[in-house]
Design a protein around this ligand. Structure first.
Ligand code: FCB
Length: 437
């Protein structure tokens, strides 16, 4: 069996972590949380495999201590978790749910007590339904609502939080939610997409300014990046791959770090952005303390007839995970060096998510191999001089994989969704061994 690179192969102070998100593990029907657009999306036939939802999920709400003990056994330095806006503010605004705030308070205390740094994400996709009713990410006012939620939450837990990322993967919120319709709210509308993409970044910037003003430290952003191979060397396919990269990767990276959007994205989206969007770019590009990259795979992109972006994905030759995603660790090394050289310079970078879906149960040699290949790519980027400061595995637990339901198993720990029993997998043991001091 492959060995994982050991802690000693990384610089002193390099942080290892595991990641989860609220809706995917907590059990959202419990504890006084408000309804979210993921509950609505899942309740609509055809959106989620087997019509599964996050009502119970891993029941982390009631099993938090057991899960924190698992993190302790794993030996991670930091835990990347998210809080649910609708658990804190069931209507998205107004009255807070004290039970929800108490839960997050205990979670953070439990991490600190175990010597694990709490890395907070404020939004990992479960928008309160009451705000979806008002247009959700299409409504510019969401930036202020989001900053207000941030303040309520940080009033309670901000004193013990190690880092904050406002929004997980703006690409997925904007594009999968509003263009392809694969995620909540399930729209397929280019105008909604452009507005959502911009308002997400405006919410990021507005919340960041509010947090800076109150002295919150270590504020970052988390983007998911996907390497786009042109399907062939033909010019049309190369241009299609550039368009894909522009709306997938560069829109957010460039917006956050340079205060502008790439031309290849504006070609299609510019006409649909809200009037006066340029005036928001200073707020959006306020300095970051770090940037997180979520990386899983590459895509093969071919030109296709039809309106912008006039492209389609084609099948690729590399071995695939249970998501059908090609395994391409070179993409991780590429992105780490490219992001540092083009966008972030000396800013600390983190791999904030990396992992694979596998059906192999607790004997998951395939996951160990995947993690080893990507940790090697991270080492190669470090040798290239990239200021990479940490790496997080997605995910601690098998969980609700959005539109694909509970069938896609990303966890280092298996969860039996009948009994909710947790069983550490071989990959958990391999990582625990690698991280042992
Ligand atoms: C990322 C998401 C995470 C999980 C993994 C597989 O895009 O942030 O919630 O779904 O993919």
């Amino acid at each position: 069996m492959t060995d994982l690179p050991q802690r000693a192969a990384f610089p002193d102070g390099f942080l290892f972590g595991a990641a989860t998100s609220a809706y995917q593990i907590e059990g959202h029907a419990q504890g006084g949380a408000g309804r979210t657009h993921w509950d609505d999306f899942a309740a609509t036939p055809g959106n989620v495999v087997n019509a599964e939802d996050g009502a119970v999920a891993c029941d982390h709400l009631n099993r938090m201590d057991e899960d924190l003990d698992l993190l302790g056994q794993l030996g991670v330095d930091v835990y990347r978790f998210s809080t649910s806006w609708a658990r804190v503010l069931p209507e998205g605004r107004g009255a807070a749910n004290e039970t929800g705030l108490d839960f997050y308070d205990r979670l953070v205390d439990g991490l600190v007590a175990r010597g694990i740094k709490p890395a907070l994400t404020l939004y990992h996709w479960e928008l309160p339904s009451a705000l979806a009713d008002l247009g959700g990410w299409r409504n510019r006012d969401i930036a202020g609502w989001f900053a207000d939620y941030t303040e309520v939450l940080l009033d309670r837990i901000g004193d013990r939080i190690w880092s904050v990322a406002p929004i997980n993967e703006p690409f997925c919120v904007g594009w999968l939610g509003h263009f392809t319709g694969d995620h909540a709210p399930g729209l397929r509308d280019i105008r909604a997409t452009a507005r959502a993409m911009h308002h997400i970044l405006l919410a990021h910037g507005t919340a960041t300014a509010a947090m800076r003003a109150r002295g919150q430290q270590n504020l970052g952003a988390v983007c998911n990046l996907e390497f786009a191979h042109p399907a062939t060397d033909k010019l049309n396919d190369r241009l299609a791959a550039e368009r894909y990269e522009a709306f997938y990767n560069r829109f957010y990276l460039q917006g956050l770090t340079k205060g502008s959007y790439p031309e290849e994205a504006l070609e299609g989206l510019g006409a649909h952005l809200p009037a006066g969007w340029e005036a928001d770019m200073d707020v959006i590009s306020a300095p970051l303390d770090w940037l997180g990259l979520n990386y899983y795979t590459c895509k093969r992109i071919a030109a296709a007839p039809g309106p912008w972006p006039a492209l389609r994905e084609v099948d690729g030759p590399l071995p695939k995970t249970d998501m059908g995603w090609e395994v391409y660790p070179d993409g991780l090394r590429h992105f780490l060096t490219w992001v540092a050289s083009e966008f972030t310079g000396n800013l600390p970078l983190y791999v904030t998510e990396n992992g694979m879906a596998s059906r192999s149960g607790t004997e998951d040699a395939d996951r160990i191999a995947y993690l080893a290949q990507h940790l090697d790519a991270a080492c190669a980027a470090l040798a290239d001089g990239v200021p990479l400061a940490g790496y997080f595995v997605w995910s601690l637990l098998d969980n609700f994989e959005w539109a694909l339901g509970y069938g896609k198993r990303f966890g280092l720990v298996e969860v039996d969704f009948e009994t909710l029993e947790r069983r550490p997998k071989a990959s958990f043991d391999a990582l625990a061994k690698a991280l042992h001091r």
